[in-house]
Design a protein around this ligand. Structure first.
Ligand code: TTP
Ligand code: MG
Length: 356
């Protein structure tokens, strides 16, 4: 039997801040852009549970958070510190794994099939891991355990905060069926709406759908949805202990179409990315820029080099070329981002955490 666990840190960025500022514990706290007395741009990266009680959430515009809860503690983002904590956590998690796959700064799948002979053993090992993360690093996490990645991931969502949940193979379908369709792994906000409009409100509705109809409507994604809804996921935990990408992004004080201002931001970010890349001993092949316009439309443009490069100058060069080639003249930008990666094709969920 395969046994897979997903470890996801609880309210990660703020939890890291609580660790070095214990006085904010139990008070509503947020990590994100500067709220500037309600005039700030940008978003909440994450909020602790005390803040979530008031409705503050990841991705919420920071000014809105500020309007809801002025007296919450607003902290700036310190990626280097969160990355350092992440490394510590992941190093520990790895010691419990046959196979280890980090999927974001605070989340990893591990395959524990050969170490845990049954469900009880898996539970016991994961309890130990969780305790060790708390004792040695001081951070809370939640762990989902099941026989595949999909169900392990959904179980960990259920276990939050600070919990462990095991879903056995023969419980998976029932476990998933009651969840709203938007909770299914791989279903984003837009897709949720589309599925709901088709009458698939719960994961169970989708599981009972005719797969032929789903494939007609959604092509190969339809087949994937159908399998997921039925708790089926054959994908393996992929050992990939390397940095996938490094990026930065910046929201302008005021939307701008000024080429000088924009390329200046691109150059600055390229420099930061280059430094980070050097620190991590990482070479890139692909440069991506992200352009977000005033109307919130977003555009990602990439160029792949023919070689792997470690030259920070080259990042700025390629990023600026991409901007000149693809930015629509005169269109005002709200935000711009630069990212390097060593994958010609980057597969996986895009998250701000990997981009920010
Ligand atoms: P998540 O694991 O999604 O969120 P979380 O750890 O803050 O909260 P939870 O207890 O629900 O797991 O993301 C991990 C970190 O990544 C989070 O602390 C902040 C960052 N992040 C972003 O930068 N942008 C985002 O949109 C999200 C969701 C998270
Ligand atoms: Mg998390």
């Amino acid at each position: 039997m395969r046994l897979i666990a997903l470890i996801d840190m609880d309210y990660f960025f703020v939890a890291c801040e609580e660790l070095r500022h214990p006085e904010i514990k139990s008070r509503p706290a947020v990590v994100g852009s500067d709220p500037k007395q309600g005039e700030g741009r940008g978003v909440v990266m994450t909020a602790n549970y005390a803040a979530r009680k008031f409705g503050l959430r990841s991705g919420m515009p920071i000014y809105l958070a500020y309007r809801i809860k002025k007296d919450a503690i607003y902290l700036p983002v310190d990626f280097d510190y969160y990355e350092e904590m992440s490394k510590k956590v992941m190093a520990l998690v790895k010691t419990y794994a046959d196979k280890f796959e980090q999927v974001s700064i605070d989340e990893a799948f591990i395959d524990i099939s050969s170490r845990a002979k049954d469900y009880d053993a898996a539970l016991e090992q994961m309890r130990k891991l969780k305790q060790e993360v708390k004792d040695k690093i001081g951070l809370p996490c939640s762990i989902g355990i099941s026989t595949n990645k999909l169900v392990a991931k959904m179980a960990s969502d259920d276990a939050k905060p600070d919990g462990i949940k095991l879903v056995k193979e023969d419980e998976a379908k029932e476990f998933l069926s009651k969840k709203p369709v938007g909770d299914l792994y791989g279903v984003g906000r837009k897709m949720r709406k589309v599925l709901e409009d088709f009458g698939y409100k719960s994961v169970g509705d989708l599981a009972k759908a005719n797969p032929v109809v789903l494939v007609e409507r959604f092509k190969s994604y339809g087949a994937e949805l159908y399998n997921y809804a039925n708790g089926r996921d054959e994908s393996e935990v992929q050992e990939n202990w390397e940095v996938k990408s490094i990026g930065r992004e910046r929201t302008f004080e005021r939307d701008t179409s000024d080429r000088y201002e924009i390329t200046k931001a691109i150059r600055e970010m390229s420099k930061e990315v280059g430094e980070e890349m050097k620190r991590q001993g990482f070479a890139f092949k692909v440069v991506t820029i992200k352009l977000r316009y005033s109307n919130f439309e977003e555009n990602l443009k990439s160029r792949s080099l023919t070689h792997r490069s470690v030259d920070p100058e080259e990042i700025a060069q390629v990023a600026t070329q991409l901007f000149d080639k693809y930015a629509e003249t005169g269109e005002e930008l709200r935000k711009v981002g630069v990212r390097v990666s060593n994958f010609a094709k980057y597969k996986g969920q895009k998250r701000m955490a990997e981009y920010a």
